[in-house]
Design a protein around this ligand. Sequence first.
Ligand SMILES: C[S@@+](CC[C@H](N)C(=O)[O-])C[C@H]1O[C@@H](n2cnc3c(N)ncnc32)[C@H](O)[C@@H]1O
Length: 357
Amino acid sequence: MVTCQVGAEPAVKSELARRWPALRFSYSRPGFLTFKFPPECSLADDFDLESIFARAYAFSLGKVAGADLDCMAAEVWRVWGDRPVERVHVWERDTAAPGEHGFEPSITPAAVEAADAIRRRCPRTGELPAKAFDLNRPASPGDRVMDCVIVRPDEWWVGTHRARSVPSRWPGGMMPLELPPDAVSRAWLKMEEALRWSQLPIPPGARCAEIGSAPGGASQALLARGFQVLGIDPAAMHPAVLNHPQFTHLRRRVVQVRRREFRAVRWLMADMNVAPRYTLDAVEPIVTHREVSIRGMLLTLKLSEWRLAEELPEHVERVRNWGYNWVRVRQLQHNRQEVCLAALQKPFRRKPPVRRV
Ligand SMILES: C[S@@+](CC[C@H](N)C(=O)[O-])C[C@H]1O[C@@H](n2cnc3c(N)ncnc32)[C@H](O)[C@@H]1O
């Protein structure tokens, strides 16, 4: 079973059909899908679905139905049986597309209430500490997780996975991030989640550049980590960012910036409101320039139309061809109709200095 952004269901189906031809689509509601593997398929419990659009996934064990919270919680344990368990993850499927009527994917009060009922009805007294049910704490790598997705108040789906990747450690793949009161845009959330998800090894004091930096929420997240930030945007930066001693603004379009300006930059971010192909066209001459050595990137690729999702494998290939041997793409919890591409050179091959005569 898979949960995703509302609207991303066809993209999930299409990428899984490409990656796992044996998988058969079975059931869906907005933001929730199930698939069947053939019975002869045996998969590891920490199996990686390698999906961009699945925010979370688990092996489904069955569903429970009812009207009473405590009865449903007891039913969850009956479905679970005597399997070992270290963590319980409960979340609600998204009920609207992000931003629609202010909707933001998150751990909802209904999920907390259901987790509480599952804790109360836990038959393994003493085996599971209260923190195993805390939806604001990540599971540890290796934990066996009971998953419960609230598809409707009276329909919960029970499943299991083993925690491994960063998103698989959080209920529904959602980190409890809160926009700081002084954040100048919600891009802070996107950048913070992208840094935590990708775990790019950006050292303290690193030089980063962000193309499409205004008004500056993402730059704030970078500055707060002690990085130096070069912001490139023809639009105005918020004064709170502009006046930060570690921030420099190049108030231009990226094509108007000389490549030399990127010589000291090692980490490149981009968040432009343009098509993915245009973002990559803007980034390519920078990262392939003989005087520029970019070690890693976080690029937001906007899917102004869902059909652009079909082109993502092509874009990944293009980035690999620039010398990035580690490339991952994920539709983050805080992404709207867009995805985040993370790329890294492992190991870093800094280009030799150009000798001028
Ligand atoms: C989604 S906003 C960026 C939000 C920003 N990252 C933040 O943290 O607040 C997109 C930005 O891309 C900028 N942009 C669009 N085309 C650009 C280009 N060719 N060069 C530089 N910036 C560009 C726009 O001016 C706009 O400010």
